[in-house]
Ligand binder design. Structure first.
Ligand code: ARG
Length: 589
């Protein structure tokens, strides 16, 4: 039992040699350092990503509990039976009138001070204004147009299209009631959005669960016809964007009144970059009052008079030349001309779209496919003309395949990004494209639920572990909510996720550094692909692992082999943690 541990604590034996020629070669310290730096980044990414996965489910649990409480108080309809709430194509709860503001908040203050040159909006003043976050970082504004739909700017997603990373924070209530955060189910950028010209800068975001209209949130009204009110109409903008160009973001919502400008005025001011077919301008040619960075995706609304005035969304904040510069009004995507597209997207039946990663990750595949392909897999059986059972089986297979890719996206994508970074750092990367799938496969095993360590040891005989331990974090409490359908499934999912990611979650952040102590290549073991068998010794905090791998010794082969060593090191640490969790029988406590 103690032998593996002892083996690990001993330094490598002196290098044997034959007739003066070494049989082994050590990678130089500079390479080890570079590898360690990338390993540390990979660990950080893995931890962030694990925390995200866990937080997302915790958030869903909260949301579920919230719904169940509302239902017990009869303020919202009770959630559906067992299983999870699915985003609905049609919004379930009647939103009541759209575009209605609370009377006390309905006066947008005249400009003074600075959105640029606006003022702080009273809490709850813009019940449809939401905030879009990626990886927890606020990036854009958005506008609630229906219970499950937020309208925003397509350019917000230029850097990250992966819906799993995005959440939406709803408006806080008039008394500063805590804002709710909802995961994003699907991002639908306008298919003709052009990231170079910002033509058609519009996207619909489908929320994972519809918002309830019981609280302070309300949808805005969408325009009825294809035209905006006449130039000169005073409309309103709102958002958390910068207070001036390159300035800090606002801490609370700010608002300002801006007049609509005619297409001619706008074209004269901004030149050929302005495409009036999808863009409109609003603001002052004198400058001083404008939207700014961070306001993108937020609303430009105009008040429609009547016995009950209502706010109609005519623009979505898109771009500008600086912020509040004289002669440079702000540019907004024309919502009125996209009415058909919006209707079409929001009323599409679920099976007409490929299931989203979030839907697939929430899906519990039945052991035997049902006679009819059920959601979320029905999409894949649309074009199948064989017997229903065969089609359902095929659909389930495709669903499973895509779910696998989604799992890959959530962790391995981050890892792969980093590994590509490692390639840049460590040298030319001729084989990266070929290597990527293999790396992805090994990175995927990091996502698999823990198996029995003894079995893992057999599967990966090169891996051994010993060293200091981190105190185990307790799995989060799993209580409350008997009689809240679907809650238990979510809680189980949370527990599984915590188990799967325990290896990285329990490492305190101050220990989150990977240290490659030694890579020793066996010179007599060259493979057909030009790599050598190697022993790798690495440390993570106080934990040490040793594992076998393959390494190249010339610049090109080395650059090709190092990323795989990184992933193997991550795997070795994961196995080490599992072995440790197994306790005394591993002889290391
Ligand atoms: N593109 C910016 C954003 O992403 C919005 C800029 C609006 N600029 C302006 N001058 N109106 O937040």
């Amino acid at each position: 039992m103690l032998l593996p541990v002892l083996l690990l604590l001993l330094p490598f034996p002196d290098l044997p040699s034959v007739a003066g020629h070494p049989l082994y070669m050590r990678l130089p310290p500079s390479t080890l350092q570079a590898l360690s730096a990338q390993g540390t980044k990979a660990l950080q990414a893995a931890q962030r990503s694990a925390q995200w996965a866990v937080n997302r489910v915790a958030m869903e649990i909260q949301h579920r509990l919230h719904e169940c409480r509302g239902c017990a108080n009869h303020t919202v309809p009770c959630p559906a039976g067992p299983g999870r709430p699915r985003p609905q194509a049609q919004d379930p709860a009647a939103p009541g009138p759209c575009g209605e503001r609370r009377p006390s908040t309905a006066n947008v203050t005249r400009a003074h001070g600075r959105i640029v040159g606006g003022s702080a909006a009273p809490p709850g003043a813009w019940p449809w204004l939401v905030r879009l976050q990626v990886g927890g970082q606020p990036l854009c504004g958005g506008v609630l147009v229906a219970a499950s739909w937020v309208l925003t700017a397509a350019h917000c997603f230029a850097g990250a299209q992966n819906e799993l990373l995005w959440t939406v924070t709803l408006a806080e209530g008039p008394r500063g009631e805590q804002a709710e955060e909802v995961p994003v189910n699907r991002i639908l950028p306008h298919p003709k959005f052009d990231p170079r010209t910002f033509h058609n800068d519009l996207a619909l975001v489908q929320l994972w669960t519809p918002v309830s209209w019981a609280g302070a949130v309300r949808p805005v009204c969408l325009p009825q016809g294809p035209r905006e009110p006449p130039a000169g109409t005073a409309c309103a903008i709102a958002g958390w964007g910068a207070l001036f160009e390159d300035g800090p973001e606002a801490e609370a919502v700010r608002e300002a009144r801006v007049p609509l400008l005619s297409a001619d005025t706008c074209k004269r001011a901004l030149g050929p970059e302005l495409h009036p077919s999808s863009m409109l301008c609003a603001g002052y040619l004198a400058g001083g009052i404008d939207s700014c960075q961070g306001d993108s995706g937020g609303p430009l609304t105009c008040s429609e008079p009547g016995p009950r005035p209502k706010e109609v969304l005519y623009g979505v904040t898109s771009w500008g030349d600086g912020c509040g510069e004289p002669g440079k009004p702000g540019v907004y995507t024309r919502v009125a001309v996209f009415k058909d597209w919006l209707q079409e997207q929001m009323s599409a039946i679920p099976s007409s779209r490929e299931p989203s990663c979030r839907e697939l990750l929430a899906w519990d595949p039945p052991a035997e496919p049902q006679a009819d392909a059920a959601p979320p897999c029905a999409f894949y059986s649309r074009l199948c003309s064989g017997p229903a059972v065969a089609c359902a089986r095929l659909a389930q297979q495709q669903c499973l395949q895509r779910r696998r890719r989604c799992e890959l996206r959530s962790l391995a994508h981050t890892l792969l990004g980093l590994l590509r970074g490692a390639q840049d750092l460590l040298g030319p990367s001729p084989g990266m494209r070929r290597l990527a799938p293999a790396l992805a496969r090994s990175a995927l095993s990091l996502l698999e639920p823990p198996r029995h360590p003894a079995r893992e040891q057999r599967l990966h005989p090169g891996s051994r572990a010993a060293g200091a331990r981190f105190p185990k974090r307790r799995p989060e409490q799993r209580k409350e909510g008997n009689g809240c359908p679907g809650l238990e499934t979510l809680q189980q999912k949370l527990a599984t996720l915590q188990g799967t990611h325990a290896w990285i979650l329990q490492v305190p952040s101050e220990h989150l550094a990977m240290d490659f102590h030694e890579v020793l290549a066996d010179l007599g073991s060259k493979t057909l692909t030009g790599l050598f068998r190697a022993w790798v010794r690495a440390g993570l905090g106080g934990q040490h692992v040793v594992f076998g791998g393959l390494v190249g010794l010339e610049p090109a082969t080395m650059a090709r082999s190092l990323p795989r060593l990184l992933v193997q090191a991550l795997q070795a640490f994961r196995l080490a943690t599992l072995a440790e969790a197994e306790g005394p029988q591993m002889g290391a406590r």
